[in-house]
Design a protein around this ligand. Structure first.
Ligand code: SF4
Length: 426
């Protein structure tokens, strides 16, 4: 989501004469799009703001702005503590970026606005400066109404607001016309899309986007298990370009902790949902998020989570140590887990999941998979990378293919996180 929003911010700045640079020392404006979902993200940003001081000393005309979730959370404090920051804009004020920069250019008056956190985000007609050439992120809604007890997002991003469907279609058509092959629809909880507009459900939106001429692949994230409907499963099962992958954060594998997290489903309900999805879309890949060390977590809860993982067999899991966020209910819960136990549990969890991920990938050994080519890999320009419809990374020696091509690759080597293979021309 932050990448997508940064692209839109860049689009606004482009309209008033800025362009992107890789050379930070040459920049006239540095904009930090911040995250505060975990303490480490927050610490990194504060460190970064401090570091920017030297550029300001070299170039006093340099403008430094902070936006995003941390800006929303700590706005006034941030501008007081960091004299090198010129403006702070909250999450609902993103659409005003170009105006704020223009007025700062002329008046040089420091500015902070974190008001109206749940306000509609009205962006001036913006064409995002997209970072990818093959895949485009398209936000379909902002905010969250769920208030999971560990999560700061609803406080810093406000209540759910859906973008009008016509606006979403126009943006996707524009991206496809400009050569993008894959679209990822984004929202904190995409399954709630449209509830505020009463216009259409997420499933209907997905079905309609799937019909857009020229689109090759369609993805979405993230789904809250409590809101993933039968209608959506049906649309996915009958879709053309909708990829067989759902990121479905479970967060934990014991009912006691799920209840304390306010996730509003049980392990049994989650299982039922997964069974339904797998029955309708047999080759679906499922990924998840998991948090260890939540307050009150006992060894028994943790072992239940490991059992749960072994039984459900996700393709991949993003695992996190619980990060206390002040202002959330969980920050005041008893039963804090000590650091050593948290780390030990994280390692155990990762070891169990890695085994499962590898076993899942081994099922693909010696098979041919369809890959959307992304381009050269980071480490070797002769090795290209791409993804399967199930969102698995594939590496293969580069021949004649270009970014954006859909090709077949015969898998001949399998690792926990990636597949390797050679082009299959048959
Ligand atoms: S669904 Fe829960 S975890 Fe996800 S953004 Fe909303 S409050 Fe946070």
């Amino acid at each position: 989501m932050n990448v997508a929003e940064s692209e839109r911010m860049a689009g606004q700045l482009y309209k008033i004469g800025y362009k992107l640079t890789d050379d930070i020392a040459a920049a006239d404006l540095i904009l930090i799009n911040s995250c505060c979902v975990r303490a480490t993200a927050e610490d990194k940003i504060y460190g970064k703001i401090g570091e920017l001081n030297r550029y300001k000393l070299q170039n006093p005309a340099l403008i430094i702005g902070v936006m995003g979730c941390l800006a929303q959370k700590d706005g006034d404090d941030l501008i007081k503590r960091y004299p090198n920051v010129d403006f702070v804009l909250g999450t609902a004020r993103r659409g005003e970026l170009s105006n704020v920069v223009e007025s700062f250019e002329s008046a040089r008056k420091r500015f902070v606005d974190t008001s109206n956190v749940s306000g509609q985000i009205i962006e001036p007609e913006v064409f995002p400066i997209r970072t990818g050439k093959v895949s485009a992120f398209v936000p379909i809604m902002y905010g969250c109404n769920n208030f999971c007890t560990y999560c700061i997002v609803p406080y810093v991003r406000g209540r759910e607001r859906s973008r009008p469907a016509a606006e979403i279609f126009a943006e996707i058509k524009n991206a496809v016309d400009n050569g993008y092959k894959e679209i990822t629809l984004l929202g904190q909880n995409v399954n709630s899309y449209g509830k505020d507009l009463q216009e259409m459900t997420f499933a209907k939106l997905l079905a309609a986007v799937d019909k857009i001429e020229g689109l090759k692949r369609l993805r979405f994230m993230t789904s809250h298990p409590k809101d993933l409907s039968d209608e959506l499963i049906d649309v996915m099962a009958n879709g053309k370009n909708i990829c067989e992958h759902i990121h479905l954060p479970v967060q934990y594998g014991s009912n006691k902790i799920l209840q304390k997290m306010n996730r509003v489903y049980t392990v049994e309900k989650y299982f039922e949902l997964v069974k339904k999805i797998r029955a309708a879309i047999p080759n679906i890949s499922l990924t998840t998020d998991l948090i260890v060390g939540f307050p009150g977590e006992t060894e028994k809860d943790f072992q239940l989570t490991l059992d749960f993982l072994r039984e459900i067999k996700f393709d991949m899991a993003f695992t996190f140590i619980y990060s206390e966020r002040s202002g959330t209910p969980a920050a005041n819960f008893d039963g804090k887990v000590d650091d050593e136990t948290k780390h030990r549990r994280l390692n155990e969890l990762m070891a169990v999941q890695n085994e499962i991920s590898l076993a899942k990938n081994l099922q693909l050994d010696d098979t041919t998979v369809e890959v959307l080519v992304e381009g050269a890999s980071k480490t070797d320009k002769n090795i290209f990378t791409g993804r399967t419809r199930t969102n698995k990374s594939v590496l293969f020696p580069h021949g004649t293919e270009s970014a954006g091509d859909l090709i077949n690759v015969k898998v001949n080597q399998v690792q926990t996180w990636i597949l390797k293979g050679i082009r299959d021309f048959l």
